[in-house]
Design a protein around this ligand. Sequence first.
Ligand SMILES: [Fe+2]
Ligand SMILES: [Fe+2]
Length: 101
Amino acid sequence: MKEGKGKEAMGKILKDLTDYTVYHFSTEEKLFEKHGYPESARHKKEHEDLTKQVLDIGRKYNAGEMVLTMDLMNFLKEWLNNHIMQVDKKYSTFLNAKGVK
Ligand SMILES: [Fe+2]
Ligand SMILES: [Fe+2]
């Protein structure tokens, strides 16, 4: 930040986080489909909402309508963690039983 590279670094983190989120969600959804996970629809809806939020933040940031702050980055980290720790936990037993490790 002292070197004036804070904005650039935050932009890169946001971009990486967005790419990873999209990749991670689509990988999960493919597994749900392949193995007929019964909670798939509800889970996908949550992915959709989260993706919309992160894309919206990216769009506003790129348009210069939003400044990325540590608070915002922490918020993003928090929801991703919550999703992985709570919602994703629900499918692990089901998919493990289908032989997915
Ligand atoms: Fe996940
Ligand atoms: Fe998920």
